[in-house]
Design a protein around this ligand. Structure first.
Ligand code: GLU
Length: 416
């Protein structure tokens, strides 16, 4: 069976063909630096004890301390965590951040936990992995199923263990505890910055129709930013289903429906919106398809049905390599995950810098620096597209790999 890790590595190996690399560097990147597994046992509200499997993978630290989120999801497994950690390694390198890549996860359905159970599990995670993480070693952040509350509990638990307040050990914290302004919508804003900056090249016009798969943090903020910029959001989905409004949604109503009804599907029946099957969302008539759910959502079975001309990968790994080939033949442009959703980790880096300096930046400062960073690295990726005549995804991996290889080269051969 081909796994997510196989697919992720494949993209790195393909990119290496476009660089004159020491083969030893790629050989090194085929294996994770460190993989830790733990059993987290917590007492549930009803007095029983439950155990959950947890992982933290530090994939590569050539560019600096490792960085990446912690996912709470029932499908978390070692292969997925390792694949996502490899993606983080490439993502941090694409953005020229002084970080390597990591990822963590707990195999749990976060919706099945009460608030206090979520807190106990978050603290148990840190007790199990305190020796792995650290502000100069490995810096976690939120991912699917975790949020700023999770990060607050984790930071507090770590600070208790080491005996000193250590905000820089984790990013995506609440602003009250040293979180950065602008971290909440950073993932969507980074993609939005690139779309606006490259609108002409991407053939995007005002009023372009957008379908959004996934209505969590990234999808919701993307809908708001694009709506405010004059795009038309025509379809959205979440884990419970999808809704389609060919004339466009009123975003305020859509957000209220999600908040009150728990799902975007509670929008069905009002304001020209009708419910469609969740898996029909990718095939809706639109110009832009934003994928903000989970990995492998566009595969060889549904890629051919896509009508959009541009796919924006807000999730990690939402398009399989087989679907990449089909979409390439259809001339669909893909703004790849390791660039498109890198705004999140970029503002995480800003948060880490602020914590280490004991400083606080204004929202304007964060927005301006994020925009500069996204536009700078998008230009660098596009330069490889032009020079080497390769798709954006390959170009992003070429840029990442060239930076990781430069760091490995500079580190010398003693560690090999
Ligand atoms: N989980 C996010 C990602 O996949 C953010 C990681 C971070 O901020 O470190 O990019």
């Amino acid at each position: 069976m081909v796994t997510l890790f196989d697919n992720t590595l494949k993209r790195l190996v393909e990119a290496a063909e476009h660089l004159d690399l020491d083969p030893g560097f790629l050989e090194k990147l085929k294996k994770a630096l460190e993989m830790t597994q733990a059993r987290l046992s917590i007492r549930m509200d009803d007095g029983s004890i439950k155990s959950f499997l947890a992982f933290r993978c530090r994939y590569d630290d050539s560019l600096g301390p490792t960085k990446g989120g912690i996912r709470f999801h029932q499908q978390v497994n070692a292969d997925e965590v390792m694949a996502l950690a490899l993606m983080m390694t490439s993502k941090c390198a694409v953005m020229d951040l002084p970080f390597g890549g990591a990822k963590g996860g707990v195999m749990v359905d976060p919706h099945s936990l009460s608030n206090m159970e979520h807190e106990r599990l978050s603290r148990a995670f840190i007790r199990a992995f305190a020796h792995v993480i650290g502000p100069d070693r490995d810096i976690p952040a939120p991912d699917v199923g975790t949020n700023e509350k999770t990060m607050a509990w984790m930071m507090d638990e770590y600070s208790t263990i080491v005996g000193k307040r250590t905000p820089a050990v984790i990013t995506g914290k609440p602003v009250a505890l040293g979180g950065s302004l602008g971290r909440d919508d950073a993932t969507a804003r980074g993609a939005y910055n690139i779309m606006q900056n490259k609108a002409h090249t991407l053939g995007l016009e005002r009023g372009a129709r957008v379908a959004i798969q996934g209505f969590g943090n990234a999808g919701m903020h993307m809908a708001q930013l694009l709506d405010a910029a004059g795009y038309k959001i025509v379809a959205v989905s979440d884990s419970k289903g999808a809704v389609h409004a060919p004339a466009g949604f009123d975003i305020g109503e859509l957000l209220a429906a999600k908040r009150c009804g728990g799902s975007v599907t509670s929008m069905a029946g009002s304001a020209g919106a009708s419910e469609i099957p969740g898996d029909a969302l990718v095939a809706v008539e639109c110009e832009v398809l934003a994928l903000a759910a989970l990995e492998n959502m566009v595969h060889k079975g549904n890629a051919g049905s896509i009508k959009a001309r541009l796919i924006v990968e807000l999730a990690n790994g939402p398009v399989t390599p087989e679907a990449d080939e089909i979409l390439k033949a259809m001339n669909v442009v893909i703004l790849p995950d390791i660039l498109a959703n890198a705004g999140g980790v970029t503002v995480s880096y800003f948060e880490w810098v602020q914590n280490r300096e004991g400083d606080r930046w204004t929202l304007d400062q964060v927005h301006a620096r994020l925009k500069t960073a996204m536009e700078r690295e998008a230009d660098a990726v596009w330069a490889y597209v032009r020079d080497k005549n390769i798709p954006l995804r390959t170009a992003a991996y070429v840029l990442a790999l060239s930076r990781i290889a430069a760091a490995m080269e500079a580190l010398g051969t003693e560690k090999f």
